[in-house]
Design a binder for this molecule. Structure first.
Ligand code: ARG
Length: 403
């Protein structure tokens, strides 16, 4: 029996998703395959991809530019949450998945499809993010994942495609698995699978090697309004232009590379290389501005929220009540996170060297060591007496057992 009648397939133009088209039709009895390529700022020509889908047997080939939505509704909330999975990965790939799922589901509704499909294999996080997001948006839609089931090797996949007029890749295909969008690049496989091997320079495309970066440092001023980045060096920019501009400036100084062993949701440890120049510096700058504008208790409490937030994005729970609840908390904390952060970029480093805000809670009068000091030193004595009281009592009772 056919798995579905009409399917909307998430399409990248690569061999795997191209082969999905004939595979769905000939092996799984699907009558009609509509492809959907999301323009997430991956810097690739999408018109040839659109043509390729039709040549591979798609009935309709859709391309949707969702860059603005991606930055505004997915990246910016993650920046407000300072979201770093395992304290390092800024979720550049993970954040795109719920958005792709959203437009897949919308297209399925528009064209009356009874299923959506994607080309993910069974080992990664992305299949989880797609399947769970789609189920959250429309629990009645079927999700098909041919590449998770077909069990073909790379060569077999290419050979299968050739039978249906899908040309084998012209260049000797890259040994790496690369996912790219406006926020960054994720690179896996090939020699990188050896965790001891330094990543070859060829894997990077958005960040320069230290040897090629300028000898002079560059200062960049990032303006935030309510926790959202709005300007670079005093110039107001729309969300997409802001990310593009910062990617160029920051990448030019070799900042934003990450090399880590990561714990996937499916339990595998994998060696991941990322580059996310703008996103990394934005999170660093945003966190710094929070240190100036948020009270101590909020900052400390928010750290736990941030860890949970990063985990849920990584684990495919974007469309979940938990994210909505955490977003509610984060939104309230961001109202006064307005101001400017000054970043010094040099030879692979980004240092915050200045910050200012109309809502700054930092008081020079209280912090100073000069005669302008307004802090009541006598009050400290009483405070310490009470603060240390439980410890003192404990020591009095247990003095013999202390070491
Ligand atoms: N490990 C990263 C994540 O789970 C990146 C996945 C990249 N995908 C790829 N096809 N290379 O978000």
């Amino acid at each position: 029996m056919a798995r579905a009648k009409k399917v909307v397939l998430a399409y990248s133009g690569g061999v795997d998703t191209s082969v999905c088209i004939p595979y769905l039709k000939h092996e799984w009895g699907v009558e009609e395959v509509i492809t959907l390529a999301a323009d997430l700022g991956q810097g690739e020509e999408l018109e040839p991809i659109q043509k390729k889908a039709l040549a591979s047997g798609a009935s309709i080939s859709l391309v949707e530019n969702v860059q603005l939505e991606f930055v505004r509704d997915y990246a910016f909330p993650a920046i407000q949450a300072n979201a770093l999975y395992e304290n390092r990965y800024p979720l550049s790939t993970a954040l795109a998945r719920p958005l792709i799922a959203k437009i897949l589901v919308a297209a399925a509704h528009k064209y009356g499809a009874d299923a959506v499909a994607h080309g993910c294999t069974g080992k990664g996080n992305d299949q989880v993010r797609f399947d769970v997001s789609i189920a959250a948006l429309d629990p009645k839609l079927k999700v098909l994942a041919p590449a998770r089931e077909w069990g073909m090797s790379r060569e077999e996949t290419i050979a299968y495609g050739e039978k249906f007029g899908i040309p084998a890749p012209v260049k000797k295909s890259s040994p790496y698995s690369i996912d790219r969008n406006l926020l960054g690049r994720s690179i896996e496989a090939g020699i990188l699978e050896d965790a001891w091997q330094e990543p070859p320079e060829e894997v990077f495309a958005m960040t320069k090697a230290i040897g090629d970066t300028p000898d002079q440092p560059q200062y960049v001023e990032i303006g935030f309004d309510g926790g959202i980045p709005v300007s670079v060096d005093g110039e107001n920019l729309d969300p997409v232009a802001l990310i593009q501009k910062l990617n160029t400036i920051v990448g030019n100084h070799g900042v934003g590379r990450i090399d880590m062993i990561e714990n996937r949701l499916v339990g595998i440890k994998s060696r991941e290389i990322y580059e996310a120049p703008a996103l990394m510096v934005l999170i660093q700058a945003h966190r710094d501005l929070e240190s100036l504008t948020l009270p101590k208790e909020v900052t400390h409490y928010k750290q736990g929220i941030e860890t949970t937030y990063a985990q849920l994005v990584y684990n495919g729970l974007w469309y979940s009540p938990l994210r909505q609840a955490l977003d509610g908390f984060i939104k309230v904390t961001q109202e006064k996170v307005t101001g400017t952060v000054r970043v010094k970029l040099h030879k692979g480093t980004a240092q915050i060297v200045g910050r200012k805000s109309p809502y700054s809670l930092y008081s020079e009068d209280l912090a100073t060591y000069t005669s302008a000091d307004q802090f009541d030193h006598k009050a400290a004595e009483g405070f310490i007496y009470i603060w240390g009281l439980p410890t003192r009592v404990w020591s009095q009772i247990h003095s013999s057992t202390q070491n």
